[in-house]
Structures are given as structure tokens and as C-alpha cells.
Design a binder for this molecule. Structure first.
Ligand SMILES: [Zn+2]
Length: 315
């Protein structure tokens, strides 16, 4: 882990650091913004600053004190990270009880305890209600850092009790420095830049050459959706659906659809294409939410897209 503020989120880090040095730190922070931009990394850097025994005047954890070393080793007794368990749809009330009971303890090393709660928007209603009680009566020295990818899915009662920290996608300069640190082939890097949209985490899996090659192949199959061979698309999905992240599969389709959007001037056609694009963007979520079979659902959308484009774009 890094003790520096996450790239692109320095202002938020400064706000946190100044609250801490003025002894006016809010007990619950909610970092929100799209996936893949370093929110959890920044939350870790805040946790480190909070627990560090030798904070610098620059608002950074020292990285070398006992607390920093334990945190780096993943063994700090006053820090836990909680997230949605793999293959589970929600963060459960039991997980939130664990969070609250941890926060209500006295710290082992000092007065301070920190919980990093990731995927906060996936709390189910019981979990959210339990957390709300904890937010109303914070234990002294406790700090809750929540990371949330979709603020609208969190109850307003929770949002209003937190210090909100908006995290934006990274600008070009920061993007370039993050991507330069990652390990892409040239072709994969070009593709990553095109579909990252300021979200390095979104394209991190393209460092795996099997994923990158697969996605490049997918893009080639879709280079003209109107003429794409459905059998080939199905074949690709059979071999790649469990390898390539669904969001990236959808991104490539959306990129192609978007290129066509600019060519359409007629209102109804424009609307039809936008509606299909909306469904395509929602496909990865819908598959999880409604336990859909991913490949048939996507093929149906591709056919819909193809018919919109076929009938409605004059070239
Ligand atoms: Zn330190």
C-alpha cells in the first residue's frame, strides 16, 4: 500500500488532513464516485494518516512508525476492512454489527479505531438501519471510512450523517502516470486508454494478456455491428465470458454504438439507439441482479442494436 494521497484525490486528502490536525475530524466519511478511480486507495491513505504516530506537516502518514508498519503488513489491530463477500449480493447486518462492535472497542494501540467499509451501497436495508444507529452515536476515537460507487443507492439518512467526499475520474495527466505504472502490451494500452474513461481500475485486468487479446478479438468481431456474424459472437462469448470482465465486454459494444450515434440525425432513431445503449450499459448489473444467463441476454441486445443500426443509418 502507499501512504501518499491517491492520485487525483489530493484535495479530498487535504480536507481530511486539515480536519485531523484541527481536531475537528468528522467521525464518518463517505467517499463516492464511479468504480475504478482509487477511492479505496484514498480511504486507505486516510486510515494510515489517522493511525500514524508521526504524521508529517504535509498531511501524510510517515510510512515508517510502528502503526504504519503494522498497517502495511495488514496486522494493525485497530483497523479492519469490510466489503461485500464474494458471490454475495449484499453487505449483511452481521457484517455491520461486526463493524459497530469493532468501532465501540477501545483501540489496542491508541484511542483510535478505523473501519474501511467498501461497496457501501450494497448494504441491505437491515444493515443500513443498523449502521444508522452507529452513526448517530459514534464512539470516541472511532473513524468510519465508507467507499460507495453509487450514492443514489444509499439511504439519505446515512448520506446526511457523513462527511461527503466526491471522487472524480482521473484527468489525462494523472491517467497517464497511473497507466505508465501498469503492465500493458502496446495494443492493450491503446485499448485501455480508449475505454478507461479516467478509471484506471476499470482497465486493470487488461494487464493480463489473455484478457487483452480476448477483448481485442471481440472488438474486431464488432468492427461493423451491422454485418457481425452472430455465430462468431456466440463462439467468442462461450470461450471468454468467464475470462473478460463483463463491463469491458459491454464497453467495446458501447464504443461501437457511440461511433454510430453521431451519424444519426433523426430523433426517433437517435432515441432507439440511446435506449439500446442504455440497456447494454446496464447488462452487467442486470445479469447479477436478476441472475440472467449472460450470453443470451447480451446476444439479444446485440441483435436489437444491429436492427436499430441496419434500418436506421443511411451510409
Ligand atoms: Zn507513521
Amino acid at each position: 500500500m502507499s501512504f501518499n494521497p491517491a492520485l487525483g484525490h489530493e484535495l479530498l486528502h487535504e480536507r481530511f488532513a486539515s480536519g485531523l490536525s484541527n481536531r475537528k475530524l468528522h467521525h464518518a466519511w463517505l467517499l463516492y464516485g464511479v468504480k475504478g478511480i482509487g477511492k479505496a486507495t484514498e480511504a486507505m491513505s486516510m486510515a494510515a494518516l489517522y493511525l500514524c504516530e508521526d504524521r508529517g506537516p504535509d498531511g501524510r502518514a510517515c510510512g515508517s512508525c510502528h502503526a504504519c508498519c503494522m498497517l502495511r503488513a495488514g496486522s494493525h489491530p485497530d483497523f479492519i476492512a469490510v466489503e461485500r463477500l464474494e458471490k454475495k449480493r449484499d453487505i449483511t447486518v452481521d457484517q455491520i454489527r461486526e463493524v459497530l462492535s469493532f468501532l465501540s472497542l477501545s483501540g489496542m494501540e491508541s484511542e483510535r479505531r478505523v473501519v474501511l467499509l467498501d461497496d457501501a451501497e450494497t448494504m441491505n436495508i437491515q444493515a443500513a438501519n443498523a449502521l444508522l444507529k452507529g452513526l448517530e452515536e459514534p464512539a470516541s476515537g472511532s473513524l468510519l471510512l465508507m467507499v460507495c460507487h453509487d450514492l443514489t443507492r444509499l439511504p439519505a439518512t446515512i448520506r446526511s450523517r457523513c462527511m461527503l467526499g466526491h471522487c472524480a475520474p482521473l484527468g489525462e495527466v494523472h491517467m497517464n502516470s497511473v497507466l505508465a505504472e501498469m503492465d500493458f502490451t502496446d495494443a492493450a494500452k491503446t485499448l485501455a486508454v480508449e475505454i478507461a474513461g479516467g478509471r484506471p481500475g476499470h482497465v486493470a485486468s487488461l494487464q493480463d494478456s489473455a484478457v487483452a487479446d480476448g477483448l481485442l478479438q471481440w472488438r474486431a468481431l464488432l468492427s461493423d455491428i451491422r454485418r457481425a456474424d452472430v455465430g462468431e459472437l456466440q463462439g467468442w462469448l462461450e470461450t471468454h465470458l468467464n475470462l473478460v470482465p463483463h463491463e469491458l465486454i459491454a464497453d467495446v459494444v458501447l464504443q461501437e454504438a457511440e461511433a454510430n450515434l453521431a451519424k444519426i440525425i433523426e430523433f426517433e432513431m437517435h432515441e432507439a439507439l440511446l435506449k439500446t445503449m442504455w440497456s447494454l450499459a446496464a447488462w452487467p448489473r442486470e445479469v447479477v441482479r436478476h441472475s440472467l444467463r449472460a450470453a443470451p441476454a447480451l446476444i439479444a441486445l446485440l441483435l436489437e442494436l444491429r436492427s436499430v443500426l441496419k434500418g436506421k443509418i443511411a451510409t
